[in-house]
Design a protein around this ligand. Structure first.
Ligand SMILES: [Fe+2]
Length: 244
């Protein structure tokens, strides 16, 4: 399924449920802290970004509970960073004062679809490969159905082919990938199905590093924010990133 679709939504697993319960308990005071909120809230305070905020160890263990689950057979073993704890609140996405109308519309209409690691640089916002994630692992910390992560089925193949062609034999980080990336993204929007990854604690989802993904706007009534922990371990060698 990973090779075909570019993502896998796993069934609930008691090991994952135990980890999610503890991670939520550890995360709550961190994400409630005033200075953390000032530093992390975006889009009219409807998204707590929460990169690297969870106090897990390099094995993913948090408060003595180890991280293991059904994704392990599908991914390389790599040291984990501190997990992102991403919280989407009712009304997401509101528009920040410094956000262009076009970017805001893209966030609403296309879920701010992106491939991780292709970072815009300079006033012209040209994109270069700067982060070489091996995969994205999502672990829901509460049971909220609104604003799911979305992924475009099969998009990882189109993206990988386009980026590999653009890079060719050049050094990965030296190549301006903007045009190849935008063209491939347009192609994905034309032909790939957008799939919402609705999941509850104990479930998990794995997203291929080249899969186009984003976050759906909040729909439905107000309620608690939707909280997900994300791991995106990096390859030690960037050359592994474009390898099949
Ligand atoms: Fe992402």
């Amino acid at each position: 399924m990973m090779e075909e679709d570019g993502f896998v939504l796993f069934d609930a697993d008691p090991r994952v449920a135990a980890w999610a319960a503890v991670a939520r308990r550890v995360a709550e005071p961190i994400v409630s802290d005033h200075s953390m909120r000032v530093a992390n809230l975006r889009h009219g305070k409807t998204w707590f970004v929460g990169v690297d905020v969870l106090s897990n160890d390099p094995g993913g263990r948090v408060a003595g509970v180890s991280l293991s689950g059904p994704w392990e057979r599908d991914v390389p073993r790599l040291p984990q960073h501190r997990a992102q704890v991403s919280i989407i609140y009712p009304g997401y996405p509101l528009q920040d004062p410094d956000e262009s109308d076009a970017n805001h519309r893209f966030r609403i209409n296309r879920c701010a679809a992106h491939v991780d690691g292709l970072l815009p640089e300079g006033p012209a916002r040209r994109r270069y490969a700067r982060e070489f994630h091996a995969y994205i692992l999502g672990l829901p910390l509460n049971d909220v159905a609104s604003a799911p992560t979305v992924v475009w089925r099969g998009s990882h193949r189109i993206m990988r082919a386009a980026l590999a062609e653009a890079v060719g034999t050049q050094a990965i980080g030296s190549v301006d990938l903007t045009d190849a990336y935008h063209a491939a993204r347009r192609r994905v929007f034309e032909i790939c199905e957008r799939v919402p990854l609705r999941a509850t604690p104990g479930q998990s989802y794995l997203i291929h590093r080249f899969a186009l993904h984003g976050t759906a706007p909040w729909e439905g009534p107000d309620g608690p924010g939707r909280m997900v922990a994300f791991f995106r371990p990096e390859f030690p060698d960037p050359a592994d990133w474009l390898a099949a």
